[in-house]
Design a binder for this molecule. Structure first.
Ligand code: SF4
Length: 174
């Protein structure tokens, strides 16, 4: 009942309200391999306080996380491990490519380094820099939250496509 005494009701779509909750409760899985990993830790610490955005519950199990943060150099021997970790995460799942090395190989344009993780797994947000500043990471997180709320991430779009084709029956994946 509203202040003027009239009776009303709130309408929304289930996906909208689920995505609203989802964007405010992102659980990151850090995949830090080198110097960028240190900057990722700084972002989580109190000076920058990623918990302000509901994303401080870092988990080291892919089954408990929905945001894979890849921070650092991925060499070709490590690439299959990263792919396995990604595959083990439940849908919908999100990926942040943290720094030049994860996004493009950075200065390591050599045979043994993966030249961008997006050659192997879908990336939702890229954070530029070598290493990125924590402010840039927070900006990327806000951008990701916006995408999650609108259902624009790769994983959400793939789920929506499956749903529309009738391959999944549920309206959302909780
Ligand atoms: S982008 Fe720069 S800081 Fe990050 S892992 Fe590569 S060399 Fe290190």
């Amino acid at each position: 009942m509203s202040k003027d005494g009239s009776v009303g009701f709130l309408t929304t779509r289930l996906d909208t309200i689920v995505n609203w909750g989802r964007k405010n409760a992102i659980w990151p899985l850090p995949f830090g391999t080198s110097c960028c990993g240190i900057e990722m830790m700084a972002t989580l610490c109190s000076d920058y306080d990623m918990s302000r955005f509901g994303a401080e519950v870092v988990r080291f199990s892919p089954r408990q996380s929905d945001l894979l943060i890849v921070a650092g150099i991925i060499n070709l021997k490590m690439a299959p491990v990263l792919k396995t970790v990604y595959d083990q995460m439940s849908d919908p799942k999100f990926v942040m490519s943290f720094g030049a090395c994860a996004s493009s190989g950075g200065i390591f344009n050599v045979y043994s380094v993966l030249q961008g993780i997006d050659t192997m797994i879908p990336v939702d947000v890229y954070v530029p820099g070598c290493p990125p500043a924590p402010e840039g990471v927070l900006h990327a997180l806000l951008r990701l939250q916006d995408m999650v709320a609108k259902g624009e991430t790769h994983s959400q779009r793939a789920l929506a496509a499956k749903r529309n084709s009738g391959k999944v029956l549920r309206t959302t994946s909780l």
